[in-house]
Design a binder for this molecule. Structure first.
Ligand SMILES: *[C@@H]1O[C@H](CO)[C@@H](O)[C@H](O)[C@H]1NC(C)=O
Ligand SMILES: *[C@@H]1O[C@H](CO)[C@@H](O)[C@H](O)[C@H]1NC(C)=O
Ligand SMILES: *[C@@H]1O[C@H](CO)[C@@H](O)[C@H](O)[C@H]1NC(C)=O
Ligand SMILES: *[C@@H]1O[C@H](CO)[C@@H](O)[C@H](O)[C@H]1NC(C)=O
Length: 327
């Protein structure tokens, strides 16, 4: 069987070669992957193992500049260690210093201009920022740059305020309003018809965020019901009609106590606020303490019987039982 013999011979040779290569490589592979650095990167891709005497080269990562005269290579030593390499070989590049924008400032919040740093722009009061307020020193290709164009500080302008039904605002001849500029509303009065009341803010102004300080007012007929109090009388504010902001006061008949406020006002929704008081034979409960936040305990005590959560629980349980029985 000459063919069989030949094949056996070949297998044996293959085995020997493999064994030799394995032995050689294990005995001379000294180092693992080369060290990694924040500011430097390896030239080429790393191998899993290196032989003693092998050298690797580093270069600066984007955003870093090489310090001349400093070594940027490392050699695999026989003891399995990579020869030391100074981390200072590459230092951060700096972005250009910036001028303050007109009517604003640039703030170096990290106290430097270096790669990775952050800056913030602010505008003087009355001006608003157009562009990027926060910027970073970023690596771009071979250099570093600020992440955006410098913003500008522009005067604050508002669009004219909203038009309203049955009313107008002034000045009415403007396309833009400046910061803090005021628009004043008034209601159209139609002779022979019920007077329209201006409910809300008569004046609003243009604010920082280019919005008006409040919603526009409403022009509407406000008519509160004639104020009637039983067992008492009105003492002031007599009118034929009670319109917006009309105020009246009351007094109870001799020997009776007033529950509620003795002074009430006609509000924009044609209701009395607070509601019309009542006259009763018993005195009203003492008014709650004004600063309820600081005197929580006394308020809690004055509300009468303490809340028993055990009772509450029993209550809920019986309610649920009842509901179940109904079904
Ligand atoms: C820069 O300062 C800002 C604000 O104080 C901070 O959030 C950020 O982490 C700082 N960045 C660096 C790189 O120090
Ligand atoms: C009327 O307005 C007052 C506040 O001005 C409010 O407290 C009251 O709930 C309003 N009543 C109705 C019916 O809308
Ligand atoms: C809280 O109540 C006590 C009496 O209970 C009183 O002496 C104290 O002045 C009250 N504090 C405030 C802030 O009203
Ligand atoms: C409130 O009640 C608690 C006990 O329930 C008592 O210790 C405390 O003195 C009371 N406070 C007032 C202001 O009455």
């Amino acid at each position: 069987m000459p063919l069989q013999h030949l094949s056996d011979d070949f297998s044996a040779q293959c085995f020997l070669v493999t064994l030799l290569v394995t032995l050689l490589s294990t005995s001379s592979d000294a180092c693992g992957k080369p060290p990694k650095f924040e500011n430097m990167q390896l030239n080429g891709s790393p191998k899993t193992s290196y032989m003693a005497g092998e050298q690797v080269q580093y270069s600066c990562r984007p955003g870093y500049r090489r310090r001349p005269s400093m070594k940027m290579s490392s050699v695999c030593a026989a003891n399995g260690q990579w020869s030391p390499i100074s981390k200072d070989a590459c230092h951060k590049k700096s972005c250009p210093r910036l001028d303050d924008p007109t009517n604003g400032q640039v703030n170096y919040v990290n106290g430097s201009l270096e790669f990775g740093t952050q800056i913030q722009y602010t505008c003087n009061s009355g001006f608003f920022l157009i562009g990027e307020g926060t910027q970073y020193c970023l690596a771009t290709g071979t250099d570093v740059e600020w992440s955006a164009e410098p913003p500008i500080c522009s005067t604050i302008l508002c669009k004219p305020p909203p038009n309203i039904i049955n009313g107008v605002f002034s000045p009415s001849n403007k396309d833009v309003f400046e910061y803090n500029e005021v628009a004043t509303y008034r209601c159209n009065q139609v002779p022979g018809q019920d007077e329209l009341s201006l409910v809300g803010k008569r004046q609003i102004y243009c604010t920082e965020n280019q919005k008006w300080s409040a919603n526009p007012p409403e022009c509407k007929v406000v008519r509160c019901p004639y104020p009637v109090i039983r067992n008492g009388r009105q003492t002031s504010g007599f009118r034929k009609k009670y319109s917006y902001r009309a105020q009246v006061t009351f007094q109870c008949n001799q020997g009776l106590f007033l529950h509620g406020s003795d002074t009430i006002m006609c509000e924009g929704n044609s209701t009395w606020q607070p509601p019309i008081p009542t006259c009763k034979s018993n005195p009203p409960p003492p008014p709650p303490t004004t600063s309820s936040t600081t005197n929580v305990s006394s308020v809690a005590n004055s509300t009468g019987a303490p809340l028993d959560f055990g009772d509450l629980k029993r209550w809920s349980i019986s309610l649920i039982m009842m509901a179940m029985l109904e079904i």
